[in-house]
Design a binder for this molecule. Structure first.
Ligand code: SF4
Ligand code: SF4
Length: 256
């Protein structure tokens, strides 16, 4: 696997060792090694190609955040200086090389997603892509690892406290709900036990039982939310429960 298509059409990343990569890069291109600690003040070339030298699949969240912030700095610096980002190879624009071997899980890796985010010039497309990838990321964490420990369709929290309803129900009356148990209703987006929309805040939700196990997702600990959204946008995500993607993205665009 040497050339990997990006999610954005026409772009790719490569997976060559640095010595293999040197043969493919012309004299006008500068290879920038990107790690967790970079000094990028002296870029001066016609083209740059990022060479991600860290093992992206084995970094912790802090390290991933640093790599992404470095990539953004380099990208912005290139834009300012009118330096072309990437090189042409096999009819694609290659924007980066990952010099460590990748497995299939690269598709949901935050660094791969961040590189794709930077390719979108249309801000609406960019936010829709990012929002979708964040939902995929959280679905992957919750479902593939069965964090809620579902057994016979009953989750960990319901088993432990005997409750018959879980995450997708809420009190119709915000203030008196606890005193009016019959007003505890199923979310209108839940059909046949499945959510029919993509609501990021619902996907971030972790109940007390999960928190006791040390599992907690918030707008302040998911790397891609931390890096790409401002304070107001994080607040928008937090308050947008039971809300479809289209509406949340609209609110995010208004507060960027
Ligand atoms: S977050 Fe808690 S209440 Fe919701 S499904 Fe998971 S274990 Fe159940
Ligand atoms: S929007 Fe949220 S509460 Fe409603 S069904 Fe989907 S996950 Fe459940």
């Amino acid at each position: 696997m040497n050339i990997i298509l990006c999610d954005k059409e026409g772009y790719a990343i490569t997976n060559f060792k640095k010595n293999e990569l040197n043969d493919k890069v012309g004299e006008e291109t500068v290879l920038i090694d990107v790690g967790t600690d970079n000094n990028i003040s002296k870029i001066n070339a016609k083209n740059v190609l990022l060479n991600i030298i860290v093992d992206v699949e084995n970094l912790n969240d802090k390290q991933k955040e640093k790599v992404i912030r470095n990539i953004i700095k380099i990208r912005n610096s290139c834009k300012r200086k009118n330096i072309k980002f990437g090189i042409e190879l096999n009819d694609k624009i290659v924007i980066a090389n990952f010099s460590n071997e990748l497995t299939e899980s690269y598709k949901n890796n935050e660094i791969f997603v961040a590189l794709n985010v930077l390719l979108y010039d249309n801000i609406g497309e960019k936010y829709n892509y990012l929002y979708g990838k964040l939902c995929d990321y959280l679905d992957d964490k919750f479902y593939n690892n069965n964090l809620c420990e579902f057994r016979d369709n009953v989750c960990l929290a319901k088993r432990n406290n005997g409750a018959v309803m879980g995450c997708c129900h809420y009190y119709k009356n915000k203030y008196l709900g606890v005193f009016l148990p019959s007003k505890f209703v199923l979310c209108k987006y839940n059909k046949d036990g499945k959510c029919t929309i993509r609501c990021l805040q619902c996907k971030l939700f972790t109940c007390d039982e999960l928190r006791k196990k040390g599992i907690k997702y918030t707008v302040n600990n998911v790397v891609l939310i931390k890096v790409f959204f401002n304070l107001l946008q994080k607040l928008i995500i937090r308050i947008s429960i039971f809300t479809p993607q289209e509406q949340v993205v609209k609110r995010l665009l208004m507060t960027r």
